[in-house]
Design a protein. Structure first.
Length: 395
């Protein structure tokens, strides 16, 4: 195991020690958009073989079973993402399709994946040498303003709801959209309370600062940020300001630090904004013609190369959050498959040990690595389950 010999003074520590740690503690990633990649490419569960090297696809994927194994992953929230528009019943149907896809993938690779519904499930699956597969709903627009839909998602296995995506819902404001509710509308407060009652995690990635504050005020259970980072390190609205980090500490929640390049440093954030605007322009120019969007976006990116973003940037965010609110409120939420661009040193799902190795180089202790890898998330999930049990019995 890791010990004093693998301190900052020993930068070439063996990754084998980290792999030993990850056999004992499940490394849990809060967000991977692989289901959307299947849907976006119009592929079913049988159409992409995750047992092979998917980096050879065009466009390549960052996720497959060999690389997940190399990365030591113990638990993964597979994101159910569908675009916010058009909203309504079709969005609910699309979310159900992606939930079904996740369940099909679990059934298709039973030697690798197993569906997890509780914290105890994650630990049990990890002990068996498999990857605990969890379902997260990315965006409250998927509910179509219905608590019945929320409850149905829960019964189908979903264990967190991101309150918004990039656009406001009828009941919550999103980061970067024009403020409409200045936080949560009355129905949004009901959604948070129902999430608490169900035992479903409240995810505050993508929401506005006012929505963060409102949800933290209302929730009686710890919240998560499934894929967000620190605004003091990179001034992007999707990141969390220090005063709200302090509210997360008081709430007992967790920030799962994101790898998306545009959230990592200010130069990458500026480039991300330009690239996002170009992608939106192309999508408007070529509606329902994804291949043309991909082709022209590739040309734009070759003419406008990314500024560097690196593993060290991710570690800087972890350092800052640890300094502000302590290591007990940290986790990992890569957002793999949900962004364009590359983070040097974190190119795909095989690279988690490299990030933990960088933290060791910076002086993180073994107990801190265990917490960041998965113990913090398991603590939060168990408390969410306890709160739900108390609410259901009227305590």
């Amino acid at each position: 195991m890791l010990d004093a010999q693998y301190s900052m003074s020993k930068p070439n520590h063996p990754l084998s020690a980290i792999r030993d740690l990850l056999r004992e503690v499940p490394l849990i990633d809060g967000h991977n958009d692989l289901p959307w990649q299947f849907r976006h490419r119009n592929k079913g569960a049988a159409d992409i073989d995750l047992a092979t090297d998917t980096s050879r696809l065009d466009p390549p994927l960052l996720t497959d079973i060999p690389r997940l194994r190399a990365g030591g992953l113990g638990g993964q929230f597979w994101s159910v993402y569908v675009p916010p528009q058009p909203a309504g019943p079709l969005t609910v149907r699309a979310a159900l399709d992606e939930i079904d896809l996740i369940q099909q993938l679990v059934q298709r690779y039973p030697e690798t994946f197993d569906l997890a519904l509780t914290a105890a499930d994650i630990e049990r699956i990890h002990r068996r040498g498999k990857i605990a597969s969890l379902i997260g709903i990315e965006g409250g627009h998927c509910l179509d303003n219905s608590l019945a839909v929320l409850r149905t998602f829960y019964r189908l296995g979903a264990r967190y709801l991101t309150l918004t995506h990039v656009q406001n819902t009828d009941w919550a404001d999103a980061a970067g959209d024009e403020p409409r509710h200045h936080g949560l509308a009355t129905f949004g407060e009901e959604v948070v309370r129902e999430l608490n009652r169900l035992g479903m995690l409240v995810d505050l990635s993508h929401v506005s600062d006012d929505t963060m504050r409102a949800a933290l005020r209302i929730s009686t259970a710890p919240v998560i940020f499934s894929h967000s980072s620190a605004r003091s390190v990179c001034n992007h609205l999707r990141n969390i300001p220090d005063d709200i980090l302090e509210l997360v500490r008081r709430n007992g929640g967790i920030v799962m630090v994101c790898f998306l390049p545009g959230y990592l440093n200010d130069q990458a954030a500026a480039h991300w904004s330009l690239a996002t605007a170009e992608k939106k322009r192309l999508e408007n120019r070529y509606p329902n013609e994804g291949e043309k969007v991909h082709r022209d976006m590739g040309s734009w990116l070759r003419a406008n190369p990314y500024p560097p973003a690196s593993l060290a940037d991710v570690a800087n965010h972890i350092d800052h959050i640890r300094k502000v609110i302590g290591v007990d409120h940290l986790g990992i939420g890569s957002d793999f498959e949900g962004y364009f661009g590359t983070v040097q040193g974190l190119e795909d799902v095989s690279c988690y040990p490299a990030l933990l190795g960088e933290l060791v180089r910076r002086g993180y202790r073994e107990d801190e690595l265990r917490k960041i890898s998965g113990l913090n998330f398991l603590r939060v999930f168990r408390q969410v389950e306890r709160v739900a049990a108390g609410l259901r019995t009227g305590r």
